[in-house]
Design a protein around this ligand. Structure first.
Ligand code: MG
Length: 374
């Protein structure tokens, strides 16, 4: 079996504890590389290309969808993992799978679906759905449902206070550091690409961003490095500047996370994966002085971008579509595709089957079904 590196830290995941269904090893790939390939070849992964991250995807082709987002998360996660001598393959695979469970229409879709599920004393949560997809819903192996991923990846997809019975490996607050780093990499990726998408859409402006501390610091770095008047009048001059500023922001967030995490590892005297799993708080986080600056950007985006009236209009439409589709299929399960009706036949409750079907839809497929059925 190939291993990614002989240079892993002692607290990195060295090897997999295995899969739920035992399988023979692979000559050329380690288990996490194999999982990464299974994830990328899954149908759920391909659907990410047509799922909204924020609602500006409708405005043009240059905005992030969930697939480009997942790829960016994997770049950040791999970068930090490499620097911390963690298992890069494991982090990459978790990153690529982390958003598989998202509904169409972004977080708005998730809220709407959750509301519908509450009527059946149930709920919808995208992290759990990501795990459900890889553990059960993908069907491409004759001998098991799902992709039979390693336990490290399945646990790595459980982000927020998992129940004891959900954990395959024994951990307190969070699984291995590779999962923790990937979680933070998600935040680094979306914070920065949402700034970029927000600017491109014209819904937020550079003048607004200049009021944010971290943006101003990054802008100073760029304005000291490149003389503004040498490029600002070139085609797309201002965009060249903001693109470089965002690049600095990403680097600064990565460095801060790396430095603080390394400091935590040293202070807690962490030597093994077990030491990490025993910690009651997560070891991967930003420093205390840096966190408020990121929060400032997050709350700026919340107010001015995610809740922009033009975005909200789309959000509400997306929520109406999800609610209408849910009610429709609950009333008329015969309208579900055969493979989903098969799930009812093997005893899956109808609201769960309807939830799985709608959650898996891409934005435009959901809209198409809505137009066709209503
Ligand atoms: Mg994400």
């Amino acid at each position: 079996m190939q291993s990614q590196s002989t240079n892993l830290a002692s607290y990195a995941v060295q090897n997999s504890a295995g899969r739920v269904y035992e399988e023979p090893g692979d000559e050329h790939r380690n288990p996490f590389q194999r999982d990464r390939d299974r994830i990328v070849h899954s149908r759920a992964f391909r659907r990410l290309q047509a799922k909204t991250q924020v609602f500006v995807a409708y405005f043009g082709d240059h905005y992030r969808d969930r697939m480009t987002h997942s790829l960016e998360v994997s770049l950040v996660a791999r970068d930090i993992s490499r620097r911390l001598k963690l298992n890069e393959d494991l982090a990459e695979a978790i990153a690529l799978a982390h958003d598989l469970g998202h509904t169409p229409f972004g977080h708005a879709g998730e809220e709407a679906l959750n509301k519908m599920m509450e009527k059946y004393n149930s709920f919808y949560e995208h992290n759990q759905q990501s795990r459900r997809i890889v553990a059960k819903l993908e069907k491409s192996y004759p001998n098991f449902d799902g992709l039979n991923l390693t336990k490290e990846i399945l646990d790595g997809l459980l982000k927020h206070n998992p129940k004891p019975e959900e954990k395959l490996l024994d951990f307190a607050a969070s699984p291995h550091l590779e999962a923790q780093i990937t979680d933070k990499s998600d935040e680094i990726a979306y914070t920065n690409h949402d700034l970029d998408d927000g600017l491109r859409s014209g819904l937020i402006t550079v003048e607004q961003l200049e009021k944010l501390e971290l943006w101003r610091e990054a802008a100073d770095v760029i304005d000291n490095r490149f003389k503004r008047d040498t490029y600002i009048n070139k085609p797309e001059g201002p965009q060249r500047r903001t693109s470089r500023i965002i690049s600095v922001l990403i680097s600064q967030m990565i460095s801060n996370l790396y430095n603080q995490t390394l400091q935590n590892i040293e202070e807690k005297n962490v030597k093994t994966v077990d030491d990490i799993r025993k910690q009651s708080v997560k070891l991967a986080h930003f420093s205390d002085d840096f966190l408020p600056k990121i929060k400032e950007i997050r709350s700026f985006l919340m107010t001015n971008f995610y809740n922009h009236p033009q975005v909200n209009e789309k959000v509400q439409k997306g929520q109406r579509i999800i609610q209408a589709l849910f009610s429709h299929y609950m009333d008329k399960p015969e309208h579900l595709p055969q493979n989903h009706r098969d799930q009812i036949n093997i005893g899956e409750p109808l609201h769960i089957v309807v939830k799985d079907y709608i959650a898996g839809m891409t934005d435009h497929f959901a809209e198409e079904q809505f137009n066709r059925l209503t």
